[in-house]
Design a protein around this ligand. Structure first.
Ligand SMILES: [Zn+2]
Length: 173
């Protein structure tokens, strides 16, 4: 695993190295031109939730599903922003749509959400606030998204973190 901080702004590039897996490694987690624009939409979702977490799912340049944390309103502890977005996507488009999709999420996915995205074949995850940053606001299971992804070499996921992280953290009052 190769982790580098660049730009001094908290943007973290993460490369999942699949050493010895016999497959090509996932591409480095570079920030792409549209990332900030889609992250703004994930943050807009987050701003609608009591626990400010939100996500959007993008396929071929378009948002195909949205979700925000509904753990309180639905009385469902698994209703994290990413899980709600994934379920909305499944309902509206079926599982094929998630294969190769990108998930933009206001916070680094927990192991439950990251596991769900691996099983769904999501190929790229972009998050704003890191687990370490979120841990200063709410309880977090201390297992990073890249740790989860690195244990699933059958489904390489490209991960980029730190996109609009300050804006995501500012949503916590
Ligand atoms: Zn989660």
């Amino acid at each position: 695993m190769d982790r580098r901080d660049i730009l001094g702004g908290g943007l973290t590039l993460v490369t999942i190295a699949l050493a010895g897996s016999g497959r090509a490694a996932a591409k480095p987690g570079v920030e792409l031109p549209d990332d900030a624009r889609f992250m703004e939409q994930a943050l807009a979702e987050a701003s609608r939730a009591a626990f400010p977490f939100g996500a959007v799912i993008v396929k071929e340049g378009a948002i195909i599903a949205r979700g925000h944390n509904r753990t309180g309103v639905d009385r469902d502890p698994t209703a994290h922003g990413e899980m709600v977005a994934v379920r909305n996507c499944l309902k509206e488009h079926g599982p094929e749509a998630l294969v190769g999709a990108t998930v933009y999420t206001s916070g680094e996915p927990c192991c439950m959400c990251m596991g769900a995205m691996v099983w769904c074949g999501v190929s790229r995850v972009v998050y704003a606030a890191s687990l370490a940053q979120l841990s200063t606001k709410v309880d977090q299971i201390n297992l990073s998204a890249e740790d989860v992804a690195s244990k699933a070499p059958f489904a390489p996921v490209d991960i980029a973190g730190g996109v609009l992280a300050d804006k995501a953290i500012a949503l916590f009052k």
